[in-house]
Write a protein that binds this ligand. Structure first.
Ligand code: CU
Length: 375
């Protein structure tokens, strides 16, 4: 996504990484790799998407010969760079595990996996209120052990700071080696579903997107438009009907609900009907929920509720969805994303609403891949 731009992270140099620790979950060895960022200085209050961050390139395993691995989860936390103790003042606004973007662009890892997978560049996003991702037991994202990865993160700091302090981000990612598995894992790939709100009149952009008007919201009061957040003015894009919309917008005081009918390029371009097995989400403070609805059946698929801190400056908990059975998702159904903010301040606040949806990768054929690749 554009908002995690290279400029936010590019100046920072990475430090150390350890790999290869094996812990045991049941009978099959679950491997972990620890990644630690360079330190960054927090010298004042930073809102969501504004704090300093860093990045670190690494490999899951140090294999010379490619081997099939299954990434199953991870955890991110901040700690004080001096004392190495857990940091409670500043928070992870977002952190990502992704394939090295340059390598991904030059050579898509799905080609290495004989085009049997649909995974895009980003595998995991850890967000405020959800510092840990565990895919359901028996599921993982298949990758080759020789691939280069990137861990990156951005911070936020709700309170003003009297004395600057340095922090580091530490991540632990988990994976299985396919060669050590007694039972085959089910492959997942991730798609980002992002709320977009038509840009308000007077914000220098046309408004009144008919997409919102035509939807049936069961008499719920809903917002037609919003002013874009200033720091995201450059990333306003036109929707598939040619109307301008923002993924980062301003919420006036009071309670406001936003609806977005998913466009073709937003989850609906799936290669096949499939099932959703895991969802986590990204919202800004004072959000109340994010929801994915199947408009065709009228059913709510997942509603992620939010717990905000007492002062409303940060999110302390955000629900995730996890299911072995999975929720069906169909190429010919219509879907919408709904989110609600309750702005209890007396001024406008900025908002976003994204879901990270993990879907069963039905093209993957482990036996065929292993014979084709001789691994
Ligand atoms: Cu955000």
């Amino acid at each position: 996504m554009k908002f995690w731009s290279a400029t936010s992270f590019g100046l920072l140099v990475a430090c150390l990484s350890f790999s290869g620790n094996a812990v045991h979950a049941g009978e099959e060895p679950l491997h972990t790799v620890d990644v630690t960022s360079a330190s960054v200085v927090i010298d004042r209050a930073y809102k969501s998407m504004e704090g300093p961050g860093g990045l670190k390139k690494f490999k899951l395993a140090q294999d010379e010969k490619p081997e099939l691995l299954w990434v199953t989860g991870g955890k991110v936390e901040l700690f004080n760079a001096g004392t190495k103790t857990k940091q409670s003042k500043a928070q992870v606004c977002h952190a990502n595990l992704r394939f090295d973007p340059r390598q991904f662009e030059a050579h898509n890892p799905n080609a290495d996996l004989k085009h049997m997978t649909n995974q895009q560049v980003k595998l995991f996003s850890f967000v405020e209120g959800q510092p840990e991702i565990r895919l359901p037991k028996g599921f993982g994202i298949p990758v080759l052990s020789t691939k280069l990865f990137e861990f990156n993160f951005g911070t936020m700091n709700p309170a003003e700071t009297k004395q600057p302090f340095s922090i580091q981000a530490g991540a632990t990612f988990q994976y299985f080696r396919d060669s050590e598995l007694k039972q085959e894992l089910k492959p997942l790939f991730m798609r980002i579903v992002s709320m977009k709100v038509p840009v308000q009149k007077g914000a220098g952009h046309p408004a009144n997107c008919p997409m919102l008007k035509e939807a049936d919201f069961n008499d719920e009061e809903t917002e037609d438009t919003a002013a874009p957040a200033e720091q995201s003015l450059k990333t306003i894009n036109k929707n598939e009907s040619g109307y301008e919309q923002a993924y980062h917008w301003m919420v006036p005081p009071g309670r406001h609900t936003y609806h977005y009918r998913l466009e073709k390029n937003n989850l609906r371009n799936l290669p096949f009907d499939t099932t959703i097995h895991y969802i986590n989400a990204h919202l800004h403070p004072l959000a109340e929920f994010i929801e994915l609805r199947d408009v065709t059946t009228g059913k709510s698929l997942f509603k992620g509720r939010v717990k905000n801190s007492k002062d409303g400056a940060s999110i302390t908990k955000l629900d995730s969805f996890s299911s072995k059975k999975g929720m069906p998702i169909y190429r010919d159904h219509e879907y919408e994303l709904v989110c609600q903010y309750n702005n209890t301040t007396g001024h406008d606040i900025d908002a976003m609403a994204l879901m990270f949806v993990y879907l069963l990768d039905k093209n993957f054929d482990r036996a065929r891949l292993k014979s084709l690749m001789n691994i």
